[in-house]
Design a protein around this ligand. Sequence first.
Ligand SMILES: [Zn+2]
Length: 258
Amino acid sequence: MKPILRLIFLVTLSVVLGGCYTVPETGRSSFILPVDDVGQGAAAFAEIKAKEKISRDPAANERVRRIGLRIAQVVGQDLPGAAWEFVVFDAPDTVNAFALPGGKVGVYTGLLNLASSDDEVAIVIGHEIAHVTARHGAERMSQGILVAAGGLVLDHQTQGRKNHDLLLAGYGLLSTGGMLAFSRSHESEADYIGIRYAARAGFDPRAAVTFWQKMEKQSSGGRLPVFLSTHPSHDRRIGDLQRWMPEVLPIYQAAKRQ
Ligand SMILES: [Zn+2]
């Protein structure tokens, strides 16, 4: 089989094997190829743990574990087969946290120092875990594979044509724009799902607003936290969060009553 035909065959096969995933809390359908995101998540987490300095501070570890486990409990079947692990990384200048498929969560001490309450820490952990339960990584990987395959096919089919370079450049531009829009919509979706998780676990969702305002102030002070490079556009984000408050506050109040 010619390489290009083999590629088209493989892409078609993976599209057939891929399936729709229903994102928890929002019900959005996403298309995901059969990628091993859980295996990759575990490998990436092991690598990060080997590379970064792990905090031995019992108070910080206890705090993250206690908050994380409460959120993990409400996440429940949104992440079947999760092997939860919460690790604090000792890096006071790093205002960051992340979660990886399989339930691997990392929080940097810089973030713990900036968050003035457990509610704020819960908001960030909830947001990161929401990326995982929504399988945003796998969705992006799937889209990346399809875009790359599409580029190869286009490259092959337009070879020797006058407008070959122009077509490829246009394709590159369009796909980059598409990926950016995609990642912004993932951010917004993780915000929404994350505050719902936090609220259900009994953490005040209003902390999302105060936390992002604080982050905004930090970034306008010139020092851009790592967190912001992948989590952009505060004005819209804060506006959205405020708009969702009437919906999530009753969830929080109900959780508090229990
Ligand atoms: Zn995010």
